[in-house]
Write a protein that binds this ligand. Structure first.
Ligand code: TRP
Ligand code: SF4
Length: 336
């Protein structure tokens, strides 16, 4: 039987939010119990592709992201958590793979395309070589561990497809060495922002972070976009265009949701009370995570230990795969 190897990760550019939770973290927590090996990388090199001018931000967020992982229930006994830049084999593989992908293909990658459009301020008229090529580096992340399953948010699918193409190209030239990974998407896929934006994102300022306090959640929920035509309390509302109703569907019981909808439509429900109830449900949902996070915040040495051990273990695995790659590429000089 082929081993099931899961690999995934995030750019350390900020704390993780509930969009990450429903989009992929939840899946990863479940999957860590179902695979033979599990690797989770903190993609600091990739974070630098669009934050090269802000290394302090990337550095600071490495531990934040790891604490988020631990607080949602990623178990360091099951999952190997490591820092991307500390695995030099990944950088080497990136160079080898860069011959197997064209510039036109990278420019057509939908994820890269969208991101470039959003980063005009940073890149101006011409994007960097590093940013355009980050899908190649991501293919190295995945294949350096022989990964077969990649649980990520929907926006990452084109990157996994690009990785599969690189794998096929590599194997067709150098022999059957690399494995094609499968993407694993969550059912929720993507959750909208508090402002009604299609996407929740740190750069969009419309996110609830897993580590937000009760007060922060209250404040954010109070500012959420509701049905604008409801002015007086007894105006009839339309929950379908209200972000509060949308989030009730994620965080409240089925009975509560039905009540919210019915009362909103009948004009018997006040928006403030509706928001208060939602804020409480979100806060209750996040409470166990906040508690776990507080423990790790108080014990940074334990977090460091987890990262150091994970990175050592990850390095061993990447070295094994690198030996196979070099042999296939006839770069195994002086090896016996
Ligand atoms: N691209 C991912 C993000 O934007 C992070 C990432 C880097 C990743 N390497 C990966 C995800 C490998 C899955 C597999 O957050
Ligand atoms: Fe939204 Fe609730 Fe107000 Fe209806 S009552 S518009 S669901 S906040």
């Amino acid at each position: 039987m082929e081993k099931k190897i899961m690999l995934t990760g995030d750019r350390p550019t900020g704390r993780l939010h509930i969009g990450h939770y429903f989009g992929s973290l939840q899946n990863r927590v479940k999957m860590q119990n179902e695979v033979d090996e599990c690797y989770i990388l903190v993609a600091d090199v990739q974070a630098l592709t669009d934050n090269f001018n802000n290394p302090e931000k990337v550095r600071k967020n490495v531990r934040e992201v790891v604490m988020d992982y631990l607080s949602v229930g990623i178990d360091p006994e099951k999952a190997t958590i490591y820092i991307q830049s500390m695995i030099p084999e990944v950088a080497e593989l990136t160079v080898f793979y860069s011959n197997l992908v064209t510039i036109a293909r990278l420019e057509r990658n939908p994820t890269v395309k969208t991101e470039i459009a959003q980063k005009k301020e940073l890149f101006g008229e011409s994007v960097t070589y590093g940013f355009l090529g980050y899908p190649v580096s991501q293919a190295a992340d995945i294949t350096a561990f022989d990964a077969t399953i990649v649980p990520v948010g929907e926006d990452q699918s084109p990157l996994i497809e690009q990785c599969r193409e690189i794998v096929r190209k590599f194997n067709s030239i150098y022999g059957d060495v690399l494995r094609e990974p499968e993407v694993y998407l969550s059912e929720t896929k993507r959750i909208k922002g508090l402002d009604g934006n299609e996407k929740m994102g740190k750069s969009l300022g419309n996110a609830i972070y897993l580590s937000d306090s009760e007060e922060e959640i209250n404040k954010k929920v109070m500012s959420a976009v509701t049905d604008p035509s409801r002015i007086k309390k007894d105006d009839k509302g339309n929950p379908d265009i209200c972000m509060v109703a949308y989030y009730h569907n994620l965080f409240s019981t089925k009975e509560e949701c039905e009540k919210v909808c019915a009362e909103c439509k009948a004009g018997t429900r006040g928006c403030v009370a509706c928001k208060k109830q939602l804020a409480k449900n979100i806060s209750d949902f996040l409470e166990p995570m906040r508690e776990k996070r507080a423990y790790y915040e108080a014990h940074p040495e334990i977090v460091d230990e987890i990262i150091i051990k994970g990175t050592e273990k990850a390095r061993e695995k990447a070295k094994e795969v690198m030996a196979k790659v070099k042999k296939a590429m006839k770069l195994d000089y002086f090896e016996k």
